[in-house]
Write a protein that binds this ligand. Structure first.
Ligand code: PBG
Ligand code: ZN
Length: 324
């Protein structure tokens, strides 16, 4: 049927009609809130490039988690800012590391909120790489044990889900094995499976103090030009035992989310990363865009592309909009 018989505008005439035929429904159920935890008490230091986000000591971290919980957000993902760094990132897998402490406190206060932990070494190593450095090389196999130990210590602290973001080959299998050996076979792994080497991580690296001190992450994170390789990465992680697979970043990689969604039957998560957040905030502050509308449009686009879950610094604001 063609114009003038068919008129697409017929079904756009009122908000109720539009609601009836809307194909994508963003829901609070889809949102995961990233939080940055730091040592100390009563610390709430703003992260300048990420308005509304802070380095939170555990007391404030719990308050923000409560706010998320009260809004119906099902999960938070915890990033730690350790007190000290060393060559092997020992604070990442210390029983009393910052993420371990925060996880225990969170599970005590809000047992129903899903506590996801980011598993990586880059915030904890002096050199800022996501694995062990030998000379100028990021040593894949030497990193696996430390990454697996980090995941194990998070799970022992009560993490409901672990999310390895390092991009070393073989880490999902290693983590699944160590969790299973320790009676933690019910702890799911959300794998940062297709994680690109992206300049959109800039604000996060400032926030987490995790920028590499030499070189870059191109030998382990994916080349932004590659799409088929994302399918291989995702497939490998599933074979090794991933329960949820992630594409990161989200907005410049909607095609990857879409392809992964078509090929894979596991839940797909997408990470709406720091740079994507900061660009919206900056343009909104300049009065160049309507920040709230661009936020909702962005999150809807990520969902429409095929993401079931969205990790986003907008989680609280978006939940507020969805509630209103
Ligand atoms: C590193 C890590 C990164 C992010 C989370 N964990 C990126 C990186 O530094 O390579 C990015 C998150 C963001 O930009 O919001 N393991
Ligand atoms: Zn890392």
């Amino acid at each position: 049927m063609l114009f003038p018989d068919y008129r697409p505008r017929r079904l756009r005439q009122s908000e109720n009609l539009r609601r009836m035929i809307r194909e994508t429904q963003l829901s609070v159920n889809d949102l995961i809130l990233p939080l940055f935890v730091i040592a100390g008490r009563d610390v709430k230091n703003p992260i300048p490039s990420m308005p509304g986000h802070f380095h939170l000591s555990i007391d404030h971290f719990l308050k923000t988690a409560q706010q998320a919980y009260d809004l119906g957000i099902p999960a938070v993902i915890i990033f730690g800012i350790p007190e000290k760094k060393d060559a092997l990132g020992t604070e990442a897998y210390a029983d009393n590391g910052i993420v371990q402490k925060a996880t225990r406190a969170l599970k005590e206060k809000l047992p129903d909120l899903v506590a996801i932990t980011d598993v990586c070494l880059c915030q904890y190593t002096e050199h800022g790489h996501c694995g062990v450095v030998e000379g100028n090389i990021i040593d894949n196999d030497a990193s696996l044990d430390l990454i697996a130990r980090t995941a194990l210590s998070h799970a022992k602290a009560g993490a409901d889900m672990v999310a390895p973001s390092d991009m070393m080959d073989g880490r999902i299998g290693e983590i699944r094995e160590i969790l299973d050996e320790n009676n933690l076979n019910q702890v799911p792994i959300m794998s940062y499976a297709a994680k690109y080497c992206s300049a959109y991580y800039g604000p996060f690296r400032e926030a987490a103090d995790s920028a590499p001190k030499f070189g870059d992450r191109r030998t382990y994170q994916m080349d932004p030009a590659n799409a088929l390789e994302a399918i291989r990465e995702v497939t490998l992680d599933i074979e090794e035992g991933a329960d949820i697979i992630m594409v990161k970043p989200a907005l410049a990689y909607l095609d990857i989310i879409c392809r992964v969604r078509e090929e894979i039957d596991l839940p797909v998560a997408a990470y709406n990363v720091s740079g994507e957040f900061s660009m919206v905030k900056a343009a909104a502050k300049l009065g160049w865009i309507d920040g709230s509308k661009v936020m909702m449009e962005t999150l809807t686009a990520i969902k429409r592309a095929g993401a079931d879950l969205i990790l986003t610094y907008f989680a609280i604001e978006a939940a507020q909009v969805l509630q209103s």
